[in-house]
Design a protein around this ligand. Structure first.
Ligand SMILES: [Zn+2]
Ligand SMILES: [Zn+2]
Length: 103
């Protein structure tokens, strides 16, 4: 084995090592940040016409839970007349139809 060949080999080895370390590091950061295995969203509190509900999901790896609100359903059905408000078919409350833009 000539000296030149040995240098080339050493160089190759070094490159391999750098790739190896870089690869491992990349692998680590990608799995450390977002390693949760979230299940499906499950509604834990049903929304009503006026109140938001709550849905949660759980990580199957660490058991951590995450919550997000479920949009309120809004009153529905019923017919408003000049004299009476519409009556909601879901909760039975009278309500004024507001065709204005919702928030
Ligand atoms: Zn987790
Ligand atoms: Zn209602």
């Amino acid at each position: 084995m000539t000296g030149r060949k040995r240098i080339v080999l050493a160089f190759m080895c070094m490159i391999m090592c750098v790739f190896c370390i870089a690869g491992a590091a990349a692998c680590d950061t990608s799995s450390a940040d977002d390693s949760h295995e979230w299940g499906a969203w499950v509604v834990s509190t049903q929304p009503t016409c006026e109140e938001e509900g709550v849905q949660t999901r759980e990580c199957s790896l660490c058991g951590e839970t995450e919550e997000k609100p479920v949009e309120a359903l809004d009153h529905t059905g019923g017919v408003a007349t000049c004299a009476h408000l519409a009556v909601c078919e879901r909760c039975g409350e009278s309500y004024a139809r507001t065709p204005t833009i919702r928030r």
